[in-house]
Design a protein around this ligand. Sequence first.
Ligand SMILES: Nc1ncnc2c1ncn2[C@@H]1O[C@H](COP(=O)(O)OP(=O)(O)OP(=O)(O)O)[C@@H](O)[C@H]1O
Ligand SMILES: [Mg+2]
Length: 235
Amino acid sequence: MLKIINLSKKFKDKTILNKISTEVAFGEISLFIGKSGVGKSTLLRILSYLETKEEGTIHLNDKHINPLDVGMVFQNYHLFEHLTCEKNITLALQKRLKKSKKEATMISDQLLEKYMLKDKTHRYVTSLSGGEKQRLAIARSLALSPKIICLDEPTSALDPTLTSHVAQIIQDLGANHIVLIASHDTELIRQLWLRKANCTINLIDSGDLTESAKLIDYFSNPSNFPKIHKFISGE
Ligand SMILES: Nc1ncnc2c1ncn2[C@@H]1O[C@H](COP(=O)(O)OP(=O)(O)OP(=O)(O)O)[C@@H](O)[C@H]1O
Ligand SMILES: [Mg+2]
């Protein structure tokens, strides 16, 4: 279980997140929505140790979270464009986890196979399509076996068919990880609902987590969740 308790963040004097608390279980997907600039990416970046917090605690199974517990998939992928797909995956395995080249390559082979990139193993990232880059970024984050996966706007650059594909990948990840997503893509939300994903939507507004709903409850009766409904329907 991931427990975020009273998490606050300021940039200079501006409060971005104001005592946010939430819990996410293994096997659950937690989706953060909200207007541009409310702090969705900041929340994921704090969890991934890419940003500091003012106050609050983040516990995974009642212990302080460890950077290796969290895999981050960035909006613009942050891949090493001048390296091959394989090298993008093996680099961190060799440098951070001190795996041998043979072992790292074996893990990379399995992930590239799983994410349908096997034929791109020795291709440079620059030659990949947007959907392929997204899959490689997810595969790379999984190489270090994180328990939590954070995905920042995972479908913002994808067409509806690829969004549906990524929704399936996210649902599969959700089966044995804690998954956190920052997104305002209503198509992704719809696709997760169609797949009956175990997903909670959380609305962030003016620093607060103002409303949360299980996806299935939201879609059964949107009017029970007026703030989320207003945001999603764009009213
Ligand atoms: N390093 C930083 N220094 C100062 N301000 C920052 C920094 N990073 C983010 N901010 C500000 O914090 C606020 C929250 O940014 P954040 O990127 O988390 O928003 P977001 O909800 O992800 O927005 P979007 O939907 O546009 O991605 C914004 O006002 C942003 O300008
Ligand atoms: Mg963002």
